[in-house]
Design a protein around this ligand. Sequence first.
Ligand code: SF4
Ligand code: SF4
Length: 216
Amino acid sequence: MIVAERKPLREITEMLQGKQRVLVVGCNTCVTICMAGGRKEVAVLASALRLAGIEHVGEETVERQCDLEFLDPLTKLGGYDCLLSTACGIGVQLLSDLFPNLPVYPALNTTFLGVNEDLGLWSERCQSCGDCVLDRTGGICPIARCSKSLLNGPCGGSQDGKCEVNGDVDCAWQLIYDRLEARGELDRLETIFLPKDWSHSRDGGPRRIRREDVAL
Ligand code: SF4
Ligand code: SF4
C-alpha cells in the first residue's frame, strides 16, 4: 500500500490562510489503513481546523481518491473555497484535474510503498523501479531495502546482519543471502546483476501502462 503521514497542523493552516470554506476529502483505501487520511482522520483534522478558526469545514471520504469512478459524489458539492485532500499525492492531483478552478491542497506527505510491520509501524518495500528483480533476490527488494540500493551486495560495511548506514536496520543483502541459502538457491547470487535499465523507471516524464487487452 501507499504509506503517508499527515503534515503538521501549522503547515496545513498556513496553506489554508484566507480560506473560510474548506472541504476535507479523505480516502478509504491505503491512507485509511496507514491511519493518515481515512474517515476518522478527516474528522479529527476537520475539528482541528474548526478550532483554528475556519468558519465552515465540510467532510467527505471517497472509496478511492486515485480513481475518477469514485469521485462523482464530489462534483455535486459546491460552495467551498478549496479542497484539502488527505489522500496520497495521486489523489490530490486527480482532484486538481477534476476541479481545475479550485485550489486543492495536500494534507499528507506521501512517503513510500510499504507494509504494516507491527502496530503503528510501516516500512518501505518497493520503489516502483519498473523492472522487478524479486525472483532473483528471494523476494526481498534490494532497491528499497538496502540503504545504498545495491544490486550486487552486500557492501563491505555489512556487520552482524546489520546495515552500516543504519545499525537499526537489517542488511538487506544479508536477508537475501539467508533466504536463498535456506531455500538452497545460493547459486542465484552467482550471476552478477548488470546495471539496471532505469529507463523502465523514468523515461522522459511520467510512466504509463496501456493494456490493449482491457482498453476499449
Ligand atoms: S525490484 Fe523494483 S519493482 Fe521489484 S520490489 Fe524492488 S523496487 Fe519494487
Ligand atoms: S550494509 Fe547491507 S543494507 Fe546496508 S548498504 Fe551495505 S549492503 Fe546495503
